[in-house]
Design a binder for this molecule. Structure first.
Ligand code: PEP
Ligand code: MG
Length: 313
């Protein structure tokens, strides 16, 4: 019917057999919200807050931060908004927050949560501004840290969130050590979110900014699929994906087959991913994931998965 077609085009994400898979948007700030809403995002799965901090000599004030965060939270009064704390360093250098020493390999240096370990006041400033922004609003606010490597770091971050009055804390899985020990990390937080861009970079030891190594920045690589399966683990906590991989319709089905619980992507990718999920059952997604992991190259993995997902073209 027309209603079913419309629902499939804009409604919540679900597989053909009705298994819900929330479809969320990656945003960099209030300017991205309209596109997210127009494409039927159910919420925000990755709010990259560092855009607010770019080209600054000093950190934005608490009031300035709270205003920016509030604009995003207000756009999804009934949805979830996952705010990522500052991911400074490496591919996202911030002038006011340079790494504390010379770094020959910035991607392996002080970045993401590691920066907060050295400058905890900047973390408490950001968490405080977020708590202030969230006060009185109805959106479900979740906060997560990037570049977490150990359960100890996850516990430290979760405690800081609680101190700031933020109830739901999670960590990104971007480092192989975190993926391999995801059950330990999950025990410390409320949810996990896999950043496939960095997880690929660190799994293959291949700089994500080097076009010459782009073959290794490919989520169909069977080793990355294994790494994602490790991140889903057996902890049972929600485990989403917010890297570029989630925007590929066939890969989105494979991720659901691997046990990923939500998908966040650049908003223009949402309709095609929504349609791909609506066209396949969870069992088909699982079969596609098994077929992809049984392959030995990225190309074979993609072909094998597509063979289990009829109608993807
Ligand atoms: C990722 O690493 O996959 C991710 C989502 O974060 P960013 O691309 O901002 O590093
Ligand atoms: Mg990342």
């Amino acid at each position: 019917s027309r209603r079913a077609l419309l629902e499939a085009a804009t409604g919540p994400g679900r597989t053909a057999d009705g298994h819900p898979v929330p479809l969320l948007a990656n945003v960099g700030g209030p300017a991205d919200l309209e596109l997210a809403l127009r494409n039927g995002a159910e919420g925000v799965g990755l709010y990259r807050t560092e855009f607010l901090f770019l080209d600054r000599a000093e950190a934005p004030t608490a009031a300035e931060q709270a205003e920016a965060y509030r604009a995003v939270l207000e756009a999804f009064p009934d949805g979830k908004v996952v705010v990522r704390t500052l991911d400074a360093g490496a591919d996202k250098p911030l002038a006011f927050l340079p790494p504390p020493g010379e770094e020959p390999n910035p991607a392996l240096g002080v970045r993401g949560l590691r920066m907060f370990r050295i400058f905890p006041d900047i973390m408490s400033g950001q968490l405080g501004a977020l708590a202030e922004a969230a006060a009185g609003l109805t959106a479900q606010v979740q906060v997560m840290a990037p570049m977490v490597a150990t359960a100890h770091e996850a516990a430290w971050f979760a405690a800081a969130c609680r101190t700031a009055g933020l109830r739901e804390a999670g960590v990104m899985i971007e480092v192989p050590a975190a993926a391999l020990r995801s059950d330990d990390l999950a025990a410390e937080v409320d949810f996990l979110s896999i950043g496939t861009n960095d997880l690929a970079q660190y799994t293959f030891a291949a700089d994500r900014q080097l076009g010459t190594l782009s073959k290794l920045q490919n989520a169909w690589q069977p080793a990355l699929l294994d790494m994602i399966a490790a991140a889903v683990g057996s902890h049972g906590k929600p485990c989403g994906v917010c890297g570029e991989a989630a925007a590929d319709p066939a890969m989105a089905c494979v991720l659901v087959g691997l046990g990923v619980t939500s998908l966040s992507m650049a908003a223009p990718a949402l309709p095609a991913v929504r349609a791909a999920l609506a066209g396949h059952t969870r069992e088909q997604c699982r079969a596609a994931a098994r077929a992809a992991r049984a392959a030995t190259t990225a190309d074979q993995a993609r072909e094998a998965a597509r063979g289990m997902l009829p109608g993807l073209g």
